[in-house]
Design a protein around this ligand. Structure first.
Ligand SMILES: [Zn+2]
Length: 308
């Protein structure tokens, strides 16, 4: 375990890009998906810090592949940086490796259903009928594409954005996460030397010992600055010491499941607080406070926070 026990930055995930321009979020780093930005005519100008999610989980979950090319994504990233402001980091076009993403799940449902997973059989060149390939082979393909997309994006982005593009360690079991370190190394990229490396395929099992072990093993292999995608309080309790940042949008689902407004003043305004800035801010404060209590020390702003 490393000495710091609180992630330096916790990014509040939001599906409302206009919050970037909202003064209430000036001191709250936001995490916004390209999928929420790319079809807009104009972009909000950020008053605070933000980081760009590529929306890869949703893309591959819904379509079984990326629906945009690296060239298109690079062009979008340039537009976002110019009009919104410079993101802290840029998520790449990685390929998640959870079995549900690979093999699909609930394919009888609509692609917009949260339980629907398209599966990547077609992208992997497996005929529609007949057996699918073993997990290790499928994961290896997703990892190869994760590496090649990263290399391509690095070439396509101008230098001032290239340095903010992060590489993501994707895998399913620990052996996969270790293998992708070597795959990046073979491609000339030493993940230990990068300012930030993303930890992929953890959001749906972020509170498990298995992820804690994976994070610990990667830290032991020299990855010191990791971003945990979709890691919230219970995951941070387990292995927050080894992450330097994390993001989560779990507040919104929580409010949706609650089914009625959290605040008296929201009654009659919206049917629940799944889109409510107040609810998002309250949740974020609770996550940060809980971390502080867990670590028995006040929450300290990270290096990047002080610059903001
Ligand atoms: Zn509300």
């Amino acid at each position: 375990m490393t000495a710091t026990s609180t992630p330096a930055v916790f990014y509040l995930g939001t599906h409302h890009p206009h919050w970037l321009a909202d003064e209430r979020f000036r001191d709250v780093p936001l995490f916004v998906s390209s999928r929420r930005l790319r079809n807009r005519k104009t972009l909000p100008h950020a008053v605070g810090r933000w980081a760009l999610d590529s929306g890869g989980f949703t893309e591959i979950k819904m379509y079984g592949q990326w629906t945009i090319t690296p060239a298109e994504y690079a062009e979008l990233v340039c537009w976002y940086a110019r009009d919104i402001g410079m993101p802290d980091f840029i998520a790449p076009m990685d390929w998640m490796c959870e079995p549900a993403i690979i093999y699909g799940q609930n394919q009888h449902l609509k692609p917009t259903d949260p339980r629907y997973f398209h599966g990547t059989r077609a992208a992997r060149g497996i005929p529609p009928d007949g057996p699918d390939e073993p997990l290790d082979d499928a994961v290896h393909k997703h990892q190869m594409w994760t590496v090649t997309n990263y290399l391509q994006l690095r070439k396509l982005l101008p230098p001032y954005l290239r340095e903010r593009l992060i590489a993501v360690a994707q895998g399913e079991r620990l052996r996969h996460y270790l293998a992708i370190l070597d795959m990046f190394a073979d491609a000339g990229v030493d993940l230990r030397t990068l300012p930030l490396v993303g930890l992929g395929s953890v959001c749906r099992r972020q509170h498990t010992r298995e992820i804690a072990e994976i994070v610990g093993a990667l830290a032991a292999r020299g990855l010191r600055n990791m971003h945990g995608f979709g890691v919230k309080a219970d995951g941070l309790d387990l292995y927050g010491a080894d992450l330097s940042s994390a993001d989560s949008q779990a507040w919104s689902d929580g409010e949706r499941h609650r089914g009625y407004p959290r605040f008296p003043e929201c009654v009659g305004v919206h049917k629940n607080c799944a889109n409510c800035p107040k609810a998002a801010l309250r949740w974020r404060t609770k996550v940060v406070d809980r971390l502080a209590r867990a670590r028995r020390r006040p929450y300290q702003l990270g290096l990047f926070d002080q610059a903001a």
